[in-house]
Design a protein around this ligand. Structure first.
Ligand code: KG4
Ligand code: ZN
Length: 331
């Protein structure tokens, strides 16, 4: 079965062809057209620019993805598209494009939740057993789920304010480092010493599985405004360490509460090296199985949408041409 995945929920247009067969699956192509250069001057995503750029590139990107996969459009069996959560004007572009293809090809269309797609990205690399705990950490989302099957996600906790990636981006902005902040902070943190700066570990005292990152960002802002001398790379290391510790501790508690040993960490922030290393250590000391998708499938991509759409289709979830988009998480 050949699945064409389409993703346009934020600032990346992505198209992928994923083949699912008896022997497993293979990613035949996975292309991402990043809009970062257009948003960088504004220090964040400008929704109207995002929508317009999706409109400009989606057709050519789809053709290129088919060419790279050596697949004719007519051979596609299923269309899978992200219809939320995300920027409405951006989502509408991908959804309209997918509807047009489904109508023209007379093929099924499966709607995909972007957050669920992040959770399932690991299956692009290897199959893992259910149930598991999923930690999704991206620019728009930070949440813990119990995943019982590819289509059954139960929310355990989520951020009450900023997402972890958003905190990386905001801290980078207030330090004048550029956009997006995650990779920039991560690079500087490599040569910094986290112990030189004391930052809070928000929500660790609260017994639930929720997160909060805006206080951490404010602590960085207060330090910058205080006029106290500090080295930027030490601050980056301290910030990154604080985020990692909170994410690890809440994940550990989720596993314990549900009596599980299997954890999947995904989303853009899961590309972070310190986070990957910290979780690998935790896995070793606590006898856990911790899985990270390869970094290219952690950040936004359409291969994860294709595989999530395949599972939705297998569970009987297909959409007609009235399919709408949604901005906010539905969990
Ligand atoms: O999953 P994603 O591509 O888009 C959303 O669904 O939001 O995640 C983007 C986020 C951005 O906030 C970016 O700063 C962060 O992921 N990010 C990172 C790293 N690479 C990307 N954060 C920390 N370390 C990284 N290496
Ligand atoms: Zn994402």
């Amino acid at each position: 079965m050949l699945v064409l995945g389409i993703e346009s929920s934020c600032d990346e247009t992505a198209v992928a062809v994923v083949e699912v067969g008896k022997k497993g699956l293979s990613v035949r192509s996975s292309l991402v057209a990043s809009q970062v250069a257009f948003h960088r001057p504004f220090g964040g995503i400008v929704p109207e620019i995002a929508s317009r750029k999706h409109v400009e590139v989606i057709y050519a990107l789809c053709q290129e993805a088919l060419r790279e996969a050596r697949v004719e459009l007519s051979a596609i069996d299923l269309l899978a598209v992200t219809n939320g959560p995300g920027l409405v004007g951006s989502l509408v572009v991908g959804v309209s494009f997918a509807k047009a293809l489904a109508y023209g090809l007379n093929k099924s269309l499966s709607p995909v939740d972007h957050v669920k797609a992040h959770s399932l990205a690991i299956f692009l690399e290897k199959p893992i057993e259910f149930p598991f705990i999923s930690l999704v950490v991206s620019g728009g989302h930070t949440a813990l789920f119990l995943v019982k099957s590819p289509t059954e996600h139960y929310l355990l906790g989520q951020t009450r304010d900023d997402a972890a990636g958003e905190a990386f981006d905001k801290v980078a902005k207030l330090l004048d480092l550029g956009y997006p902040g995650g990779p920039l902070i991560s690079r500087l943190a490599e040569t910094g010493e986290a112990s030189k700066i004391d930052l809070p570990r928000p929500m660790l005292d609260s017994p639930d599985l929720d997160f909060s990152f805006s206080g951490l960002k404010t602590a960085v802002l207060n330090l910058v405004r205080s006029g106290r001398a500090f080295m930027v790379h030490d601050l980056c290391a301290a910030f990154e360490t604080a985020v990692c510790e909170v994410l690890m501790e809440k994940s550990r508690r989720a596993l314990k509460q549900l009596g599980l040993k299997r954890l999947v960490v995904s989303g853009g922030v899961a590309a972070n090296r310190r986070l990957r290393e910290s979780f690998a250590k935790l896995a070793e000391t606590e006898g856990l199985e911790v899985y990270f998708p390869p970094p290219v499938y952690c950040t936004d991509n359409a291969a994860m949408v294709a595989i999530a759409g395949y599972y939705e289709f297998m569970a009987g979830n297909t959409a007609d041409l009235k399919l709408d988009v949604y901005a906010r998480s539905q969990f």
